[in-house]
Design a protein around this ligand. Sequence first.
Ligand code: ADP
Ligand code: MG
Length: 441
Amino acid sequence: MADILAQIKSKIASIINADSYKTWIEPVRFSNYTNGRCTLVVPNRFFKDWISENFEQILVSLFRDATNEEVKIEYILEKEGGVENKKGSVVKKPPSYYTAFNPKYTFENFVVGASNQFANAACLAVATNPGKTYNPLFVYGGVGLGKTHLLNAIANFLIKHKIISVDRICYITAEAFTNELINAIRLGFEKIEEFRSRFRKMDVLLIDDIQFIAGKERTQEEFFHTFNTLYDNMKQIVVTSDKFPRDIENFEERLRSRFEWGLIADIQSPDIETRVAILNKKAEIEKINLPLDVAFFIASNAEDSVRYLEGALIRIGAYSSLNNVPITIDLAKDVIGHIIREKKKEVTVDSIIKEVTSYFSIKISDIKSTKRMRSIMIPRQVAMYLTRKLTDLSLVSIGERFGGKNHATIIHSIHKIEEEIKTKKELKEIVEKIETRIKST
Ligand code: ADP
Ligand code: MG
């Protein structure tokens, strides 16, 4: 049976990438096989969890191929004396908060572009030097832009380079953190203590989607104390959120201010080149043969969210391989046509300027001028803001199209409108009205 396991391992080696194999499969050892039960020895609970989630089905089917038997897989942990104590130490279900990292979410697999470069660099710095560079690190950005990916990349990097051992790294969503806490509270004092000490003995704590604990006072309280303990001991804390700390509502001020002690890095929507690069990378990982024109087609038609792009690619890839047809733009249209943004007339800078000037009754030449009266500045800023929002133009090209303004002016204008529409309802309505007009012309 040990031989069979060796064969099975080498089969797995041929289907997953070398790093994942080395990290997860190589350390697995055979213990015994009786009555259709195959017991494997794994380094710790974390492995058990990861393998049973990701590999159990594959293992079972490979065992079936090799033995013609339906094998049930069980695990014992090396750490808990599993090797010596072969009987009776079959592992109980691990606590649910022990979420496995996704081995595919690595820095190598993360495509870096202007929109995420800063966040990527910050995460990499933290992974290289946990607790010593930016602590805490707060990463924020919209849905599907790579926050969870980067958080997992930190964990994978730490493990791969043996910087921190796997049982001293905790990746958990704020939701799971909350659920665990609720459970502990339900079960009484001892469990609460256990809950606390588990987190507090970590070297690296990665909390995903912290905005989830907004409005949950008890969870915030617990998190606050965990945070302080780890922080005081120079342990690394990384937190992601879909919002900037100040913009999370019902969030305790003391937590907010702690997040601001460290480094805050944002992730923006990727531009079209980065979207194409991401698609190419994913295609490479998934072994999908994706022609460049199709990549551009998907990238320019799907929404900004990378998750969305990925979904489109997977569907197209599956369709092509199941029907044994090559991937072409026509195929892509067939498969993702229903999710494609309705193809309105392309939004151009000219159409934006035209709608803005006509709404405010000013001249096109004024918009491109440097005049500083409010009646012209506001429309100009609105037009710049809408250009950034509705086109793929870079800040530099936007500057060129608005009479040769520099990059800083453009950023300032866009930011100004972004801020103002948060508080000024009338302005927000005006901008929305113009946006609708632009899109419908
Ligand atoms: P978020 O947590 O911000 O909602 P995720 O990290 O879950 O987003 O990302 C969604 C999907 O998009 C994941 O499969 C992730 O691998 C992928 N993704 C996001 N950004 C990138 C990138 N820059 N390069 C490669 N893949 C990316
Ligand atoms: Mg996420």
